[in-house]
Design a protein around this ligand. Structure first.
Ligand code: URA
Length: 248
């Protein structure tokens, strides 16, 4: 099936659509040996596409995995200190995958892995406000005032957080347990929000990503998404022609 070149390049994870457009405009993309122009379409299954001299390997379908990350595993591709990597949890033969967003090394729970660079970019983009729910254990007993503040928004060094939802708040053993649902995903956001109200997080686990639940998925294990789940995810972050909402 023919698709626009910038879409094919982005889906292969070589760069954003905007980057792909600039490579096409600069004559750095060829289709069957002929320099492509902006707006050209191609079929990666039957045509040879070179991006800056590198062959783009087309696949029939993308891969979408839901993984329950253990604590102590990094979401980076390599680590100079040799710590365990999330990509070591899936067989190498699967090929290059990306994580959709990241979890801190000490955070556990759900994370999506895919080779669909375009969908990964859209899901992680703040414009789409995909919901993420975390189970939090925080030190001490949070007052109602602090709980209200977390829901309304707290001021962090990168600005006020958007309204959040709190559920299942309980106290025991010197800790407060709660579930917090965010529609944004700033770096270390949950930890920083709890620090801001004076109750540092001692355990953090992502238990829901959009409509995907952790139940039944053991720590360190993954499962492929069903076709229905993939379709629902795509619906959450619809593509629009000439969509300019997504900055680089
Ligand atoms: N918030 C955090 O503080 N850490 C994570 O890993 C995810 C959300």
């Amino acid at each position: 099936m023919k698709e626009r070149l910038q879409k094919i390049i982005a889906a292969a994870g070589l760069g954003s659509r905007r980057q792909a457009e600039s490579w096409i405009a600069a004559g750095e993309v060829t289709v069957d040996g002929i320099a492509a122009a902006l707006g050209d379409k191609a079929d990666p299954a039957t045509q040879t596409i070179l991006v800056r001299g590198k062959k783009l390997v087309g696949r029939r379908g993308h891969l979408y995995l839901l993984l329950n990350k253990p604590a102590g595993v990094m979401c980076t591709r390599s680590d100079p200190q040799g710590r365990p990597l999330i990509f070591d949890l899936v067989p190498e033969k699967i090929g290059v995958l990306f994580t959709v967003g990241r979890l801190d090394m000490t955070t556990e729970g759900l994370i999506l892995l895919t080779d669909d660079g375009e969908l990964a970019h859209r899901l992680a983009h703040p414009a789409f406000k995909v919901e993420k729910t975390y189970l939090v254990r925080a030190r001490g007993k949070l007052s109602q005032e602090h709980l209200d503040a977390l829901e309304r928004g707290v001021v962090l060094e990168d600005g006020l957080t958007a309204p959040a939802r709190l559920d299942r708040v309980r106290f025991g053993g010197g800790h407060t347990w709660l579930e917090i649902t965010l529609r944004e995903g700033r770096n270390r956001q949950v930890r920083r929000m709890l620090e801001a109200v004076g109750h540092p997080v001692s355990r953090l686990k992502r238990i829901r990503y959009a409509f995907l639940e952790i139940d039944g998925l053991e720590t360190g294990r993954y499962r492929p998404l069903t076709q229905g789940e993939i379709a629902r995810l795509k619906n959450l972050v619809p593509e629009r022609k000439n969509d300019r909402r997504l900055p680089e």
